[in-house]
Write a protein of this length. Structure first.
Length: 143
């Protein structure tokens, strides 16, 4: 397979391998879960926020395909410092982009997932980290 063709590119596989750097942490106070209806992938996400509601720490426990794991790694790379509102806005933009209704969101690294847009069954897996983060933040006043 040549670079940039197919679903499981070298870049996606490399991102998936980053997740051990963001391990699950039971001590983090906000916990959320998300499941993709289309493929059954799941992710558990725990995080902490500061007094202003910005994410200060997070941990992940993925049970997802490489695309879902790569997307979660991109989320983990750039989630710190973001509020619940910023994460919700990014999630909405991501859904619109995947549907072909909007340009790629302003979240670092998403260009790596460009090839996955053609695989609608993977869209739910791509959204997992954002959905789990919003689930975790639903019990807080963050953002």
């Amino acid at each position: 397979m040549s670079a940039g063709k197919g679903l499981y590119t070298a870049e996606i596989l490399a991102l998936a391998m980053e997740l051990p750097a963001t391990p699950w942490d039971d001590a983090l106070p906000h916990k959320g879960t998300a499941r993709s209806r289309s493929c059954g992938s799941t992710i558990d996400l725990a995080l902490a926020t500061d007094l202003a509601g910005a994410v200060t720490a997070l941990g992940l426990r993925p049970h997802a395909c490489a695309v879902g794991q790569a997307s979660a790694a991109l989320f983990a790379r750039s989630a710190k410092g973001r509020s619940k509102l910023e994460i919700a806005q990014a999630r909405a933009s991501l859904a619109q982009w995947l549907a072909g209704d909007a340009p790629r969101p302003d979240w670092p690294g998403l260009e790596v997932l460009e090839a996955a847009r053609a695989y609608t069954a993977r869209h739910g897996a791509i959204m997992l980290a954002w959905d789990a983060a919003l689930d975790a933040l639903a019990d807080s006043n963050a953002g």
